[in-house]
Design a protein around this ligand. Structure first.
Ligand code: NAD
Length: 333
């Protein structure tokens, strides 16, 4: 199959290289608003490039991958759907809820498959935890602890268009909580602080945050994250049940050291970035997209899933600003 990819920045160039290596993919062609960048990446990977998105979409694609900047997603998704091409789009769909809802309506009114890139759904650990919750072997789940800790903060210029900590960072936790439990969030209480460089606060954002979510079966979920975790990129989830408990992301590479004498686990090199932590998941995610393109698989993460995760993030922002519990019913569907 022939896959076109738009946006060859940090994640796009990585996805282009992954696509090139997939057995189901015969040709990869890339484009970018910066045509020189597309040409450079194409030369580097030994693949084709198109001078712009129009040329890319007109080049007989079987699948379309959007890895451009977030501000371009809604328009590019609309173009992929209008062209009738099965489309994969990196999270998030848009910067705000209204644009996200518009895209959801557009996609759901079409028969074009659209897969949104929440790669944790393809991580073996989260999949195993989901299977154990669903099989009942953990009993009833009473608490979940989820965290997303980045090793280093992004540059100042990233923050004003990031959507804020909950929409940019912990949105991955919000999606995977739904995936692992199969439950919906009914209310949130969230807070945050600017403990690092002051530019986060200058843009109304935080660099450390915490949220308590209550699920529709009364499971309590605490979500926390920071932009300053020099120990490493630390993404984990603990699922605590009446019959057993499991931890996702607890292995030799966990960015954590025991304070107990004589305990050497975890002893390996901690993950530095999300690329290290989720490399196999990104490959599995794009493999799944090729199956969507081939028509052999249902879309594994829909635009409505992305909308639900975004609504939880919006509820957390509102809760942080108003310092109160926010019901998900308050956030438009
Ligand atoms: N799922 C994940 O774990 C994950 C990780 C990183 C980034 N992302 C998402 O991927 C997207 C890209 O992030 P990044 O860090 O690679 O950004 P980046 O800034 O490194 O790259 C973005 C690229 O998009 C291009 N671009 C911007 N507007 C365009 C347009 N209208 N048409 C064509 N090309 C355009 C830019 O020239 C640039 O090359 C963001 O939406 C981000 O949220 C997801």
């Amino acid at each position: 199959m022939r896959i076109g990819l738009v946006g060859v920045g940090r994640i796009g160039a990585f996805h282009a290289a992954t696509l090139k290596g997939l057995p189901a993919v015969d040709q990869v062609v890339v484009a970018d608003a910066d045509a020189n960048r597309a040409e450079l990446v194409a030369k580097d990977l030994g693949i084709e490039f198109a001078p712009d998105v129009d040329a890319l979409l007109a080049s007989r694609l079987d699948g379309f991958v959007i890895a451009a900047a977030t501000s371009a997603h809604a328009d590019l998704l609309a173009r992929g759907v209008a062209a009738g091409i099965p489309t994969f789009c990196e999270k998030p769909i848009a910067h705000d809820l209204a644009d996200t809802q518009r895209v959801v309506e557009l996609v759901e009114a079409s028969d074009v498959p659209v897969h949104i890139g929440f790669q944790r759904r393809f991580d073996a650990g989260y999949q195993a935890a989901a299977a154990q919750v669903r099989s009942g072997e953990l009993g009833f789940v009473h608490h979940i602890r989820a965290n997303t800790n980045d090793a280093f903060p992004p540059p100042r210029e990233y923050i004003p268009t990031s959507g804020g900590f909950f929409r940019d960072c912990t949105v991955h936790d919000f999606d995977i909580i739904r995936f692992v439990t199969g439950r919906e969030v009914v209310s949130v209480y969230a807070t945050g602080a600017n403990r690092g460089e002051p530019f986060f606060g200058e843009y109304g954002d935080v660099d450390a945050a915490a949220a308590l979510l209550t699920l529709d079966d009364s499971t309590f979920v605490s979500v926390s994250g920071t932009r300053y975790n020099a120990a490493g990129h630390d993404v984990r989830m603990e699922v605590l049940g009446s019959l057993g408990s499991v931890a996702v992301g607890l292995d030799e590479h966990t960015a954590l050291r025991s304070a107990e004498a004589g305990v050497t686990f975890p002893g390996g090199e901690p993950h530095a970035t999300f690329m290290d932590r989720f490399r196999p998941a990104y490959v599995a995610e794009l493999t799944a997209f090729t199956e969507v393109v081939a028509g052999t698989r249902e879309v594994p993460c829909t635009v409505r899933d992305a909308l639900q995760a975004f609504r939880i993030a919006d509820a957390c922002e509102l809760s942080r600003h108003e310092n109160r519990v926010v019901s998900l019913e308050e956030i438009a569907r």
